[in-house]
Design a protein around this ligand. Sequence first.
Ligand SMILES: Cc1cc2nc3c(=O)[nH]c(=O)nc-3n(C[C@H](O)[C@H](O)[C@H](O)COP(=O)(O)O)c2cc1C
Length: 180
Amino acid sequence: MQELGQIIRERRSIRRYEERAVEKEKLTAVLEAGRWAPSWGNSQCWEIIVVQEKELKEKLSGTLTKKNPATLTVMDAPVVLAMCSESKKSGYYNGQQITRYQDWLLYDLGLASQNVCLAAHDLGLGTVIVGAFDHGLVEKILGIPDGYQVVSLIPMGYPAHAPSAPKRRELTSFVHYDNF
Ligand SMILES: Cc1cc2nc3c(=O)[nH]c(=O)nc-3n(C[C@H](O)[C@H](O)[C@H](O)COP(=O)(O)O)c2cc1C
């Protein structure tokens, strides 16, 4: 177990994995972390498909945008989590959207995804959130029913590289006190 600040700072997007399988207990612990994410009104609109079949991962890999650096990652990772969501749950009250942002599903899925990625890192596993792909095609491949959609793919496995951290903006460039 590492300190939370260190886990947050040292998690990196991992795009190459060892062939080694992810243990079932670790996979469950990662999914459990996703389960405890906060969500709009505790709506928990997420659905997660655990993809492990080689053929399916190959098909998913084919949906990524041209030159996406995670194309081989999706094909070769031992596990790919398809982070999906039910529409019209998050940000709705009695079936009505109640804010200018309409469906808050992307927000809630982002929170669950971050929990997943941090928990994985804490267990020695690497992940990368992948958002640039043909969502409609993935929904067909994975049989996602009407009223639900795929938001992101998260390949996961034991890291085969240790990338350095991409630069972050300084606090002084985006933190405002009292006024923008
Ligand atoms: C919503 C979202 C979508 C992303 N989509 C992709 C993607 O399609 N392909 C990819 O290789 N990385 C993708 N990334 C990973 C980012 O490039 C990465 O998080 C960023 O460069 C910061 O690097 P770090 O995660 O190592 O800190 C995505 C990240 C997020 C949060």
